[in-house]
Write a protein that binds this ligand. Structure first.
Ligand SMILES: [Zn+2]
Length: 77
């Protein structure tokens, strides 16, 4: 089997371990530079902590004006 090289395979000056983000599975460096380790981002860390659920409710979504989708019969130009 031919080993397909990736950027993570370079042995030079790359002491960082690559781990999979527990949340999304994305390869992320497990190093001191990654303050969200072992997660790939702050979002994934928050999701794992369970804050994302509560935060999602706080985030105002796109509010469509009433009647924006039901355009049956009423057409105003
Ligand atoms: Zn992630």
């Amino acid at each position: 089997m031919r080993c397909t090289s990736s950027i993570w395979n370079s042995p030079v000056a790359n002491p960082e371990r690559i781990v999979a983000c527990p949340n999304c599975g994305k390869s992320t460096p497990y190093s001191s530079k990654n303050s969200y380790r072992p997660f790939c981002s702050e979002r994934c860390r928050l999701i794992d902590l369970g804050d994302w659920a509560s935060e999602a409710h706080a985030i105002p979504g796109r509010e469509l004006p009433p009647g924006a989708l039901d355009d049956d019969g009423k057409q105003e130009y």
